[in-house]
Design a protein around this ligand. Structure first.
Ligand code: ARG
Length: 476
């Protein structure tokens, strides 16, 4: 059914009127109408949720005596049968059936006959799709969370291994102060921890069941909304039927949390890209997450990291797209809202790939700690330590100490040496209050070890961060 049509708007008399809603129509929709209306090409991804929600609904209809126990059982078994077919053969795409809800109901009718028509009692596609989609987003949140936990475990393992590996810390991408690689990796652990809490927050807020809101106003049938909510793992029913069928905040909460995740992954990817470049040479990326060049044999390109960086733009685009879809819609349902699914599905797929790629990169990269150490030594990373020493040991005001240190760096730069390679006479010529004890402060090891404030870069502090993280992850 998914061929391209030729006509543009003429009635297609062969189509007849729609079997689900065509009662008041003399003619069927044109080919263009059928194509623009059909969401089955993408919303078939909701089939598991659609079956689960229908089963919860019909069980409730049976329990409430709204349909007979027999009919409820027939419908429920029929739905199981449809689910087996979908799992085995995929979901058929018939534009005339528009979406996953009508596709399933039509197949059910083929299998069990007219009793299938009782399933749609006391519900509408509006509360149906709102329920299915919430269930889908809830699963996507759970999957993202599991992936992010694996990433955190990888970060913690590498951080523990490199709690004392020294590298330059940067501000403005200029060497600032020496830090440890473990400290740097644990910074990302913290970002991911916040991302996971944002996802958990979105999950908690969205976990209310729209089913039973019907088209917009609720229903006159004596339904039990608590029963369906509970059967589907929701905390309870939504409180306002108009809101429940119109709300897509839950999808937006997810997309915004996903955007924040992808933004963090993109920054981490960017670090690996920079570190893997030859002038840096801080890391050898795993072969399994790199590609070669068809013309330059020496190249090993960080494509996976670049695509994670690229995907962040697309995920953020998905969030923007749905915000713009929603921003002008009056209550309650409008068909624009059918466009809510592609950006969510797209973002979820991109996010899962990005998380997996970065987890592999963190776990399997080879960190070239000698190169990192060298870069920290040559970058005058201990200049702040010299200034601090002058304040502490020679009682010089910090501003003056800063100035003296600047002169020492200038001299070292001119001589092409590290700060701790300047002879004492040279340092004393710059300021006579300097003595030989200064060399202790100028070593990058001493510098790093001295930054032992809570959350600081000293190896002991990094080990403490790692220990706290491990016990947090263990308790989950
Ligand atoms: N396929 C539709 C969607 O995803 C289902 C809801 C249709 N509701 C309606 N009143 N036409 O939005």
């Amino acid at each position: 059914m998914s061929g391209k049509h030729q006509d543009t708007g003429r009635n297609d008399s062969n189509a007849g009127s729609n079997q689900m809603w065509g009662g008041r129509f003399a003619q069927g929709p044109s080919a263009i109408m059928r194509e623009i209306n059909a969401s089955i090409p993408f919303d078939k991804a909701l089939w598991r949720q659609d079956i689960a929600a229908s089963k919860a609904h019909v069980a409730m209809l049976g329990a409430q005596g709204i349909v007979s126990a027999n009919d409820a059982a027939t419908i429920s078994e029929g739905l199981d049968h449809v689910a087996e077919e979908y799992a085995r053969d995929g979901v058929p795409e018939d534009w005339d059936l528009e979406d996953i809800h009508m596709t399933t109901e039509a197949r059910l009718a083929e299998l069990i006959g007219p009793v299938a028509g009782r399933l749609h009692t006391a519900r509408s596609r509006n509360d149906q799709v709102a329920t299915d989609f919430r269930l889908w987003v809830r699963d996507a949140i759970d999957q993202a969370d599991a992936g992010l936990k694996a990433l955190q475990l990888a970060l913690v393992a590498r951080a523990e291994e490199h709690a004392a590996s020294i590298m330059p810390g940067f501000t403005h991408l200029q060497t600032a102060q020496p830090v440890t690689l473990g400290h740097h990796l644990m910074a990302y652990y913290e970002m991911i921890a916040r991302d996971r809490s944002r996802l958990a927050d979105a999950r908690m807020r969205m976990n209310q069941c729209p089913l039973g809101s019907a088209a917009l106003a609720g229903t006159g049938f004596p339904i039990d909304r608590n029963a369906t909510a509970q059967a589907l793992g929701f905390d309870g029913p939504t409180a306002n039927s108009l809101d429940a069928v119109s709300d897509r905040d839950f999808a937006l909460d997810y997309l915004m949390a996903a955007s924040q995740v992808s933004l963090h992954l993109s920054r981490l990817a960017e670090e690996f890209i920079i570190w893997a470049s030859q002038p840096f040479g801080f890391v050898r990326l795993p072969d399994s997450l790199s590609t070669g060049s068809s013309i330059m044999p020496q190249k090993k390109n960080p494509d996976a990291a670049e695509l994670v960086r690229g995907h962040a733009g697309r995920v953020i685009g998905c969030a923007t797209s749905l915000m713009i879809t929603m921003k002008g819609l009056p209550l309650a349902y409008s068909k624009d809202m059918q466009d809510d699914k592609p950006p969510v599905f797209e973002a979820a797929g991109l996010l899962a790939l990005s998380i997996a790629a970065m987890t592999g990169m963190v776990a399997e990269s080879e960190f070239r700690t000698e190169r990192m150490r060298q870069a920290a030594e040559l970058g005058y990373a201990t200049a702040t330590d010299l200034a601090d020493w002058l304040v502490r040991e020679a009682d010089i005001p910090f501003r003056e100490a800063h100035h003296i240190t600047g002169a020492a760096v200038k001299r070292a730069e001119a001589d092409g040496v590290a700060l701790d390679q300047l002879p004492l006479e040279v340092l004393q010529a710059i300021d006579s209050r300097i003595d030989e004890r200064v060399y202790q402060a100028l070593s990058i090891d001493a510098s790093v070890a001295s930054r032992a404030s809570y959350g600081g870069t000293a190896p002991d502090q990094v080990k403490a961060q790692v220990a706290r993280a491990k016990s947090r992850l263990d308790k989950e």
